[in-house]
Write a protein that binds this ligand. Structure first.
Ligand code: IDP
Ligand code: MG
Length: 143
Protein backbone atom coordinates (compact mmCIF):
# COMPACT_ATOMS: atom_id res chain seq x y z
CA UNK A 1 0.00 0.00 0.00
CA UNK A 2 1.15 3.47 -0.92
CA UNK A 3 0.49 5.41 2.31
CA UNK A 4 -1.01 8.95 2.46
CA UNK A 5 2.36 10.71 2.79
CA UNK A 6 3.62 9.02 -0.38
CA UNK A 7 0.46 9.97 -2.27
CA UNK A 8 0.90 13.60 -1.16
CA UNK A 9 4.56 13.51 -2.15
CA UNK A 10 3.88 12.26 -5.67
CA UNK A 11 5.50 8.87 -5.16
CA UNK A 12 2.71 6.58 -6.40
CA UNK A 13 4.23 6.01 -9.82
CA UNK A 14 7.74 5.62 -8.47
CA UNK A 15 6.65 2.95 -5.96
CA UNK A 16 4.56 0.98 -8.46
CA UNK A 17 7.41 1.19 -10.98
CA UNK A 18 9.77 -0.49 -8.51
CA UNK A 19 7.36 -3.41 -8.17
CA UNK A 20 6.83 -3.66 -11.93
CA UNK A 21 10.52 -3.45 -12.73
CA UNK A 22 11.32 -6.17 -10.23
CA UNK A 23 9.04 -8.47 -12.22
CA UNK A 24 6.04 -8.74 -9.91
CA UNK A 25 2.64 -8.91 -11.57
CA UNK A 26 0.11 -6.30 -10.52
CA UNK A 27 -3.25 -8.09 -10.24
CA UNK A 28 -5.40 -5.48 -8.46
CA UNK A 29 -5.11 -1.77 -7.79
CA UNK A 30 -7.33 0.89 -6.22
CA UNK A 31 -7.12 4.37 -4.78
CA UNK A 32 -9.20 4.86 -1.66
CA UNK A 33 -9.45 6.84 1.54
CA UNK A 34 -9.44 4.41 4.45
CA UNK A 35 -12.06 4.99 7.16
CA UNK A 36 -11.51 4.53 10.89
CA UNK A 37 -13.11 1.05 11.03
CA UNK A 38 -11.10 -0.27 8.11
CA UNK A 39 -7.92 1.20 9.58
CA UNK A 40 -8.46 -0.50 12.94
CA UNK A 41 -9.19 -3.81 11.21
CA UNK A 42 -6.07 -3.50 9.07
CA UNK A 43 -3.85 -2.61 12.03
CA UNK A 44 -5.60 -4.81 14.65
CA UNK A 45 -2.28 -6.43 15.64
CA UNK A 46 -1.00 -3.06 16.89
CA UNK A 47 -3.99 -2.18 19.10
CA UNK A 48 -2.83 -0.97 22.51
CA UNK A 49 0.66 0.07 21.37
CA UNK A 50 1.90 3.67 21.88
CA UNK A 51 1.84 4.39 18.18
CA UNK A 52 -1.59 2.82 17.48
CA UNK A 53 -3.71 5.99 17.61
CA UNK A 54 -1.25 8.13 15.60
CA UNK A 55 -0.97 5.23 13.15
CA UNK A 56 -4.75 5.21 12.59
CA UNK A 57 -4.70 8.97 12.17
CA UNK A 58 -1.85 8.69 9.66
CA UNK A 59 -3.38 5.95 7.52
CA UNK A 60 -6.80 7.67 7.40
CA UNK A 61 -5.36 11.15 6.77
CA UNK A 62 -5.62 11.07 2.98
CA UNK A 63 -5.94 8.81 -0.04
CA UNK A 64 -3.87 5.64 -0.28
CA UNK A 65 -3.24 3.23 -3.13
CA UNK A 66 -3.85 -0.44 -2.38
CA UNK A 67 -2.23 -2.97 -4.65
CA UNK A 68 -2.07 -6.72 -4.95
CA UNK A 69 1.09 -8.19 -6.42
CA UNK A 70 1.74 -11.72 -7.51
CA UNK A 71 5.02 -13.54 -8.11
CA UNK A 72 7.32 -16.20 -6.74
CA UNK A 73 8.31 -15.16 -3.19
CA UNK A 74 6.32 -11.95 -3.69
CA UNK A 75 5.84 -11.26 0.03
CA UNK A 76 9.51 -11.39 1.00
CA UNK A 77 10.53 -9.61 -2.20
CA UNK A 78 8.19 -6.72 -1.48
CA UNK A 79 9.35 -6.48 2.15
CA UNK A 80 12.95 -6.31 0.89
CA UNK A 81 12.10 -3.61 -1.66
CA UNK A 82 10.24 -1.65 1.06
CA UNK A 83 13.07 -1.77 3.62
CA UNK A 84 13.11 -1.58 7.41
CA UNK A 85 10.12 -0.11 9.27
CA UNK A 86 12.17 2.90 10.44
CA UNK A 87 13.25 4.81 7.33
CA UNK A 88 16.30 6.09 9.23
CA UNK A 89 17.58 2.52 9.37
CA UNK A 90 16.32 1.39 5.97
CA UNK A 91 19.04 0.76 3.39
CA UNK A 92 19.53 3.13 0.47
CA UNK A 93 17.87 1.67 -2.59
CA UNK A 94 14.82 0.56 -0.60
CA UNK A 95 11.62 2.60 -0.84
CA UNK A 96 11.73 3.67 2.81
CA UNK A 97 15.51 4.12 2.69
CA UNK A 98 15.27 6.45 -0.28
CA UNK A 99 12.12 8.35 0.62
CA UNK A 100 11.52 8.59 4.36
CA UNK A 101 12.94 9.87 7.62
CA UNK A 102 10.39 9.39 10.46
CA UNK A 103 8.98 5.97 11.39
CA UNK A 104 5.48 7.46 11.55
CA UNK A 105 5.76 8.61 7.92
CA UNK A 106 7.28 5.57 6.34
CA UNK A 107 5.76 5.83 2.89
CA UNK A 108 4.49 2.29 2.31
CA UNK A 109 2.86 -0.70 3.95
CA UNK A 110 3.61 -4.30 3.01
CA UNK A 111 2.23 -7.53 4.42
CA UNK A 112 4.83 -9.56 6.32
CA UNK A 113 3.53 -13.13 5.85
CA UNK A 114 1.19 -15.21 3.71
CA UNK A 115 -1.42 -15.08 6.47
CA UNK A 116 -1.27 -11.30 6.84
CA UNK A 117 -1.26 -10.82 3.06
CA UNK A 118 -4.44 -12.90 2.74
CA UNK A 119 -6.11 -11.15 5.67
CA UNK A 120 -5.17 -7.65 4.49
CA UNK A 121 -6.04 -8.24 0.82
CA UNK A 122 -9.47 -9.43 1.91
CA UNK A 123 -10.03 -6.07 3.60
CA UNK A 124 -9.40 -4.08 0.43
CA UNK A 125 -10.37 -6.33 -2.49
CA UNK A 126 -13.27 -8.57 -3.46
CA UNK A 127 -12.37 -11.86 -5.12
CA UNK A 128 -13.70 -10.65 -8.48
CA UNK A 129 -11.30 -7.70 -8.48
CA UNK A 130 -8.19 -9.82 -9.05
CA UNK A 131 -7.19 -10.02 -12.70
CA UNK A 132 -6.04 -13.30 -14.15
CA UNK A 133 -3.37 -12.72 -16.77
CA UNK A 134 0.35 -13.07 -17.24
CA UNK A 135 2.96 -10.61 -18.43
CA UNK A 136 4.74 -11.50 -21.67
CA UNK A 137 8.12 -11.08 -20.03
CA UNK A 138 7.48 -13.65 -17.28
CA UNK A 139 9.18 -16.36 -19.35
CA UNK A 140 12.28 -14.16 -19.13
CA UNK A 141 11.96 -13.45 -15.42
CA UNK A 142 11.55 -17.03 -14.21
CA UNK A 143 13.89 -19.85 -15.30
P1 IDP B 1 5.84 -2.57 9.11
O1 IDP B 1 4.99 -1.51 8.47
O2 IDP B 1 7.27 -2.49 8.65
O3 IDP B 1 5.26 -3.96 8.97
P2 IDP B 1 4.95 -2.63 11.88
O4 IDP B 1 5.80 -2.94 13.04
O5 IDP B 1 3.95 -3.66 11.45
O6 IDP B 1 5.90 -2.23 10.67
O7 IDP B 1 4.21 -1.26 12.20
C1 IDP B 1 3.12 -0.82 11.43
C2 IDP B 1 3.28 0.66 11.17
O8 IDP B 1 3.14 1.36 12.39
C3 IDP B 1 4.64 1.09 10.63
O9 IDP B 1 4.76 0.95 9.23
C4 IDP B 1 4.68 2.55 11.04
O10 IDP B 1 3.87 3.35 10.16
C5 IDP B 1 4.00 2.48 12.39
N1 IDP B 1 4.96 2.31 13.50
C6 IDP B 1 5.57 1.19 13.88
N2 IDP B 1 6.38 1.39 14.93
C7 IDP B 1 6.25 2.70 15.22
C8 IDP B 1 6.82 3.54 16.24
O11 IDP B 1 7.61 3.10 17.07
N3 IDP B 1 6.44 4.85 16.22
C9 IDP B 1 5.56 5.36 15.29
N4 IDP B 1 4.99 4.60 14.34
C10 IDP B 1 5.33 3.29 14.30
MG1 MG C 1 3.57 -4.80 9.80
Amino acid sequence: MVKPDAVQRGLIGNIITKMEEKGLRLIALKMIQIDEDTASEHYAEHEGKDFYEPLLEYITSGPVVALALKGNSAISIVRTLVGKTDPKEASPGTIRGDHGIDIGRNVVHAADSKESAERELDIFFDDNEYLDYSRVEEDWIYE
